[in-house]
Design a protein around this ligand. Structure first.
Ligand SMILES: [Zn+2]
Length: 179
Protein backbone atom coordinates (compact mmCIF):
# COMPACT_ATOMS: atom_id res chain seq x y z
CA UNK A 1 0.00 0.00 0.00
CA UNK A 2 1.39 3.39 -0.99
CA UNK A 3 1.90 5.94 1.78
CA UNK A 4 0.59 8.72 -0.46
CA UNK A 5 -2.97 7.44 -0.86
CA UNK A 6 -4.20 7.41 2.74
CA UNK A 7 -7.47 8.96 1.63
CA UNK A 8 -8.91 7.16 -1.39
CA UNK A 9 -11.33 9.99 -2.19
CA UNK A 10 -8.63 12.65 -2.23
CA UNK A 11 -6.42 10.37 -4.25
CA UNK A 12 -9.11 9.93 -6.89
CA UNK A 13 -9.79 13.65 -7.10
CA UNK A 14 -6.13 14.51 -7.62
CA UNK A 15 -5.86 11.69 -10.16
CA UNK A 16 -8.73 13.17 -12.14
CA UNK A 17 -7.23 16.65 -12.05
CA UNK A 18 -3.93 15.33 -13.33
CA UNK A 19 -5.66 13.47 -16.14
CA UNK A 20 -7.59 16.59 -17.13
CA UNK A 21 -4.42 18.69 -17.22
CA UNK A 22 -2.57 16.02 -19.19
CA UNK A 23 -5.44 15.81 -21.66
CA UNK A 24 -5.47 19.60 -22.10
CA UNK A 25 -1.72 19.59 -22.69
CA UNK A 26 -2.09 16.76 -25.20
CA UNK A 27 -4.81 18.65 -27.11
CA UNK A 28 -2.74 21.87 -27.21
CA UNK A 29 0.29 19.91 -28.36
CA UNK A 30 -1.24 17.86 -31.19
CA UNK A 31 -3.32 20.69 -32.69
CA UNK A 32 -0.72 23.26 -33.77
CA UNK A 33 -1.53 26.95 -33.64
CA UNK A 34 -1.76 27.74 -37.38
CA UNK A 35 -3.61 30.64 -38.99
CA UNK A 36 -6.52 29.20 -40.99
CA UNK A 37 -6.76 30.52 -44.56
CA UNK A 38 -9.29 28.05 -45.99
CA UNK A 39 -13.06 27.99 -46.32
CA UNK A 40 -14.65 28.01 -42.83
CA UNK A 41 -18.17 26.86 -43.72
CA UNK A 42 -19.59 25.25 -46.88
CA UNK A 43 -22.68 27.47 -46.78
CA UNK A 44 -23.16 31.24 -46.54
CA UNK A 45 -26.33 31.66 -44.51
CA UNK A 46 -26.28 34.24 -41.73
CA UNK A 47 -25.25 31.71 -39.08
CA UNK A 48 -22.39 30.42 -41.21
CA UNK A 49 -21.22 33.98 -41.91
CA UNK A 50 -20.86 34.35 -38.16
CA UNK A 51 -18.38 31.48 -38.18
CA UNK A 52 -16.54 32.87 -41.19
CA UNK A 53 -16.18 36.31 -39.65
CA UNK A 54 -14.93 34.87 -36.37
CA UNK A 55 -12.58 32.15 -37.65
CA UNK A 56 -11.17 33.31 -41.00
CA UNK A 57 -7.46 34.17 -40.86
CA UNK A 58 -7.27 33.13 -37.19
CA UNK A 59 -5.58 30.30 -35.32
CA UNK A 60 -7.57 28.31 -32.79
CA UNK A 61 -5.81 29.82 -29.79
CA UNK A 62 -6.97 33.32 -30.85
CA UNK A 63 -10.67 32.44 -30.57
CA UNK A 64 -12.45 33.87 -27.50
CA UNK A 65 -14.26 31.53 -25.14
CA UNK A 66 -17.49 33.50 -25.72
CA UNK A 67 -17.54 32.33 -29.36
CA UNK A 68 -17.10 28.70 -28.28
CA UNK A 69 -19.94 29.01 -25.75
CA UNK A 70 -22.23 30.65 -28.30
CA UNK A 71 -21.63 28.12 -31.10
CA UNK A 72 -21.34 24.93 -28.94
CA UNK A 73 -19.69 22.65 -31.52
CA UNK A 74 -17.78 22.64 -34.83
CA UNK A 75 -20.64 20.79 -36.58
CA UNK A 76 -21.17 23.41 -39.31
CA UNK A 77 -17.52 23.73 -40.33
CA UNK A 78 -15.82 22.36 -43.45
CA UNK A 79 -13.54 19.38 -42.92
CA UNK A 80 -10.41 21.55 -42.89
CA UNK A 81 -11.92 24.10 -40.49
CA UNK A 82 -13.23 21.28 -38.28
CA UNK A 83 -9.69 19.95 -37.84
CA UNK A 84 -8.26 23.44 -37.32
CA UNK A 85 -10.76 24.54 -34.67
CA UNK A 86 -11.76 21.29 -32.95
CA UNK A 87 -9.37 22.01 -30.03
CA UNK A 88 -11.35 25.07 -28.87
CA UNK A 89 -14.43 22.89 -28.48
CA UNK A 90 -12.56 20.01 -26.82
CA UNK A 91 -11.03 22.45 -24.31
CA UNK A 92 -14.35 24.26 -23.83
CA UNK A 93 -16.03 20.92 -23.13
CA UNK A 94 -13.40 20.01 -20.53
CA UNK A 95 -13.91 23.33 -18.69
CA UNK A 96 -17.16 22.06 -17.19
CA UNK A 97 -18.16 18.39 -17.10
CA UNK A 98 -21.63 19.11 -15.71
CA UNK A 99 -24.89 18.68 -17.63
CA UNK A 100 -25.07 22.48 -17.95
CA UNK A 101 -22.18 22.68 -20.41
CA UNK A 102 -23.73 22.74 -23.89
CA UNK A 103 -20.24 22.81 -25.47
CA UNK A 104 -19.57 19.42 -23.88
CA UNK A 105 -22.93 18.02 -24.98
CA UNK A 106 -22.85 19.17 -28.61
CA UNK A 107 -19.16 18.45 -29.12
CA UNK A 108 -19.70 14.83 -28.07
CA UNK A 109 -22.68 14.61 -30.46
CA UNK A 110 -20.71 16.06 -33.33
CA UNK A 111 -17.91 13.51 -32.82
CA UNK A 112 -20.39 10.63 -32.84
CA UNK A 113 -22.10 9.05 -35.86
CA UNK A 114 -25.30 8.86 -33.81
CA UNK A 115 -27.73 11.74 -34.07
CA UNK A 116 -28.89 12.98 -30.66
CA UNK A 117 -32.21 11.52 -29.53
CA UNK A 118 -31.86 8.70 -32.06
CA UNK A 119 -29.30 6.53 -30.31
CA UNK A 120 -30.73 3.28 -31.65
CA UNK A 121 -30.88 4.17 -35.32
CA UNK A 122 -28.28 3.11 -37.81
CA UNK A 123 -25.42 5.62 -37.59
CA UNK A 124 -25.75 8.16 -40.40
CA UNK A 125 -22.72 10.28 -39.88
CA UNK A 126 -19.90 7.77 -39.85
CA UNK A 127 -18.83 8.33 -43.47
CA UNK A 128 -18.57 12.10 -43.03
CA UNK A 129 -16.76 11.76 -39.70
CA UNK A 130 -14.32 9.19 -41.11
CA UNK A 131 -13.45 11.68 -43.84
CA UNK A 132 -12.76 14.22 -41.08
CA UNK A 133 -10.56 11.70 -39.26
CA UNK A 134 -8.63 11.05 -42.47
CA UNK A 135 -7.67 14.73 -42.53
CA UNK A 136 -6.19 14.39 -39.02
CA UNK A 137 -2.90 13.01 -37.73
CA UNK A 138 -2.71 9.82 -35.70
CA UNK A 139 -1.89 11.94 -32.64
CA UNK A 140 -4.97 14.12 -33.18
CA UNK A 141 -7.21 11.05 -33.48
CA UNK A 142 -5.63 9.69 -30.32
CA UNK A 143 -6.37 12.97 -28.52
CA UNK A 144 -10.03 12.76 -29.60
CA UNK A 145 -10.13 9.19 -28.24
CA UNK A 146 -8.64 10.34 -24.96
CA UNK A 147 -11.19 13.16 -24.82
CA UNK A 148 -14.11 10.77 -25.40
CA UNK A 149 -12.79 8.29 -22.83
CA UNK A 150 -12.30 11.08 -20.29
CA UNK A 151 -15.84 12.38 -20.81
CA UNK A 152 -17.24 8.83 -20.60
CA UNK A 153 -15.50 8.36 -17.26
CA UNK A 154 -15.89 11.80 -15.68
CA UNK A 155 -18.86 13.75 -17.09
CA UNK A 156 -21.77 14.09 -14.68
CA UNK A 157 -24.15 12.62 -17.27
CA UNK A 158 -21.64 10.09 -18.61
CA UNK A 159 -24.33 7.38 -18.72
CA UNK A 160 -26.17 9.44 -21.34
CA UNK A 161 -22.99 10.00 -23.34
CA UNK A 162 -21.71 6.41 -23.25
CA UNK A 163 -23.71 5.04 -26.24
CA UNK A 164 -22.57 8.00 -28.38
CA UNK A 165 -18.98 7.60 -27.23
CA UNK A 166 -18.92 3.85 -27.80
CA UNK A 167 -20.14 4.15 -31.39
CA UNK A 168 -17.83 7.08 -32.04
CA UNK A 169 -14.77 5.12 -30.88
CA UNK A 170 -15.81 1.91 -32.66
CA UNK A 171 -16.68 3.46 -36.02
CA UNK A 172 -14.57 6.59 -36.34
CA UNK A 173 -11.91 7.48 -33.80
CA UNK A 174 -9.48 4.59 -34.02
CA UNK A 175 -6.10 4.19 -35.68
CA UNK A 176 -7.50 2.30 -38.68
CA UNK A 177 -9.36 5.51 -39.56
CA UNK A 178 -6.15 6.58 -41.27
CA UNK A 179 -6.07 3.66 -43.66
ZN1 LIG B 1 -25.22 27.99 -43.25
Amino acid sequence: MSGRSQCPVRHNISQDLTDSDQLRDEIREVFPSIVFHGLVTPCDCEECWGYRTALSEKSWDQIPRSFVTRTCSPALLTREAFVAFLPIYLLGALDDLSEHNTVLEFTVYCLSPHAPREPHEVPKNSKRLRAYAKAMTNEQIQAVRHFLMYVGANASNSDWFKPFIQVAMDLVWHSEALQ
